[in-house]
Design a protein around this ligand. Structure first.
Ligand SMILES: Nc1ncnc2c1ncn2[C@@H]1O[C@H](COP(=O)(O)OP(=O)(O)OP(=O)(O)O)[C@@H](O)[C@H]1O
Ligand SMILES: [Mg+2]
Length: 269
């Protein structure tokens, strides 16, 4: 079996997958992943459909716990603590490791309430107006909504604005890590650019992992890139694994694995 050893990352790792395998029932979807995620950096997950990018991403804040039959082998460490330790509350873990999904999913509430709701549930005691404004500013949405955010529904925004609202909602509860699963795939190129610029800004304060099928996006936003692939098993299934993990520049210009080279040059499969 190919085995990818730890790649050293530029800053102390905030998240570490150690020999991670993920199962849906008896189906092993991903095997043997070793991965250190660098703090305050952007890490991109790339690879063909079905290779397990979303599956691995969801492990980091235990979102897979919500899928019946899904379980893992191996360990995931967050600040050197095993996230499956009994002392870890998964709800608190998901507060510290937030998620932005592929399709923007605002609540059917005002723009203001979209942000205030989660903060309130998480026990935010400070000035809510300030928090909402600051989150909208950080998500580069403030200027577009400042005249209407207290009365207009989040659902009345355009898709690109809705995605920035979801990012504002995610950062309002002050996570340390943001997981983003193809956050731009439903957006036009201009909204995509805005979200990419936002990611660059957010990485000053947050650690970001982004799944993307857009190679240019990975080269634009990511410091590190992990290339996943899927291989056929004896049972006729496909099993995902990590092929190569390195600084983005190396993955795209000087990959060490032949599969990576084929994938990033569009000659795959
Ligand atoms: N909820 C689930 N139940 C059962 N199997 C699942 C579930 N989610 C994913 N899988 C399987 O796990 C494997 C990896 O899927 P995953 O969604 O992680 O891939 P991906 O790399 O994110 O693909 P894509 O690029 O299409 O989003 C696939 O074989 C998929 O069918
Ligand atoms: Mg996916």
């Amino acid at each position: 079996m190919t085995h990818v050893s730890h790649t050293s990352v530029a800053t102390a790792p905030v998240l570490q997958a150690e020999n991670l395998s993920v199962f849906y029932g008896s189906f092993k979807a991903v095997r043997d992943v070793y991965l250190d995620i660098a703090r305050n950096q952007v890490t991109a997950f790339i690879g063909p459909s079905g290779c397990g990018k979303s599956t691995v991403l969801r492990c980091f804040n235990r979102l897979n716990d919500l899928i019946p039959g899904c379980h893992i082998q191996g360990r995931i460490l967050f600040d050197n603590q095993n996230i499956h330790d009994k002392r870890i509350d998964p709800v608190e873990l998901r507060r510290r490791i937030g998620m932005v999904f592929q399709r923007p999913n605002p609540f059917p509430k005002t723009i203001y309430e979209n942000i205030a709701f989660g903060a309130r549930i998480n026990g935010y005691q400070g000035n809510m107006d300030e928090l909402v404004e600051q989150s909208l500013r950080q998500a580069a949405l403030w200027d577009e909504v400042k005249d209407k955010y207290k009365r207009e529904s989040g659902l009345a925004l355009s898709g690109g604005q809705q995605q920035r609202l979801c990012i504002a909602r995610a950062i309002a509860i002050q996570p340390e890590v943001l997981l983003m699963d193809e956050p731009c795939s439903a957006l036009d190129p201009i909204s995509t650019r805005r979200v990419e610029e936002l990611i660059q800004e957010l990485k000053q304060r947050y650690t970001i992992i982004i799944v993307t099928h857009n190679m240019q996006q990975a080269t634009r936003v990511a410091d590190m890139t992990a290339f996943f692939n899927a291989e056929a098993t004896e049972k006729g299934n496909k099993m995902g694994y990590l092929v190569e993990y390195a600084p983005t520049e190396q993955i795209f210009n000087n990959p060490q694995q032949e599969f990576t080279r084929q994938y990033v040059t569009g000659q795959f499969g």
